[in-house]
Design a protein around this ligand. Sequence first.
Ligand code: SF4
Length: 437
Amino acid sequence: MNQADSGMAARLLEAAGYEQAASPKDADIIFLNTCSVREKPEQKAYSRLGELRSLKEERPGAIIVFAGCMAQRLGDKILKHLPHVDIVIGPRQLHRLARLVEEVRQTGERQVAISLDHQPIPTWDMYLEAAGSRVESARYNPVSAYVTVMQGCSYCCAYCIVPYVRGNAVSHPPEQIVQEVRRVAESGCREVMLLGQNILAYGKDRDRSFRLADLLQIVHEIAGIERIRFTTGHPRDVDDRLLQTIAVLPKVCRHFHVPIQAGHDRILRDMKRRCTVQQYAEMAAKIREILPGSSITSDMMVGFPGETEDEFEASLETYANLRSDQAFMFAFSPRPGTLAATMPDQVPYVVKRERLRRLIELQNGITAEINRSFEGKTVEVLIEGPDEKGGRRLSRRTRCHRLVIFDGPVSMCGKTLQLTVTAGHLWGLEGEVAGQG
Ligand code: SF4
């Protein structure tokens, strides 16, 4: 979501006549987007802000924009403590970016835009109106675009800052989403990633009869789009209708990122996850039964307040049984303002670190084993471009979101290919064009 927002900020400023600078020291506007979901990204943001202080001293005319969830959380406190910041802007005010920059240029007055309540979320129409010309969804590679379909979350997991910084769930109207997907298809994108903090709850805040399954159906009709992805969601919102719908929509990729967060019912209850280990296991079984070959990825957290060694070991057993294809793994990080931050029995840092190490060891073993099971099989990939090291190695993900690297010319970018997997690793797969070798 932050990558999509940063891309949108760039598009808005381009529409206002700016162009991207090669580095912050050449820039007239520096846009720092931030994340509040854990403490570590917040520390990184502070450290980047510290670096920008000397830059501002050298070039006082440069405008520094502090954006994203951390900006939303801290608001004008940022202006008080960090005099080199010119604009503080929250995610729901992003469409006003170019106007606020202009305001600073005209008046020299610093700006704060973090209003959350009773504000419509920025929709494409608002972006278009604000930019006064065409803006386009952010691309995450030359052939794929993010399209935000909802923002915020109306659940209240005890550890999570999202509802406080992104607000309650608000779904974009389906017709606007379709319009945007058409636009990205016309501009050459072959794949869309539909985004929402809890996309599986799409539509619950609007007409409850038009849900994600219905949205996928109408997006599926759009010519030029070959693949539709969506992320991320709460396991309780995976239902039969969604799975049965995906089963008959070949463009929809069979990848579900459904965070479990803990593998023990007492912890899940205290987390207010409204989902038990048993329900999660049933959800995973149902996905694998109705949509064979799907990948299920997850988020897993260790060291939630009160987590005992026995509970942690039970969680490990749960994860071993679930066999997620991949997982983002974290140590609990208390977020100011959330319920969990004030809970008693906070787990000491060293214990969390050690538990995280054991969890990573377990899950990495499972991921590598699953990836190795692909050796010799054929997978379909949509070629994105050179791998991170450049050169002749191309990379792209399979329909199940596995990274595949193979040798090939850049002219293959944007093409869909069948690859034979030659090796499976923890990070993904290596392959060669099917029929070669
Ligand atoms: S469902 Fe996800 S985004 Fe919503 S409160 Fe829970 S963890 Fe946060």
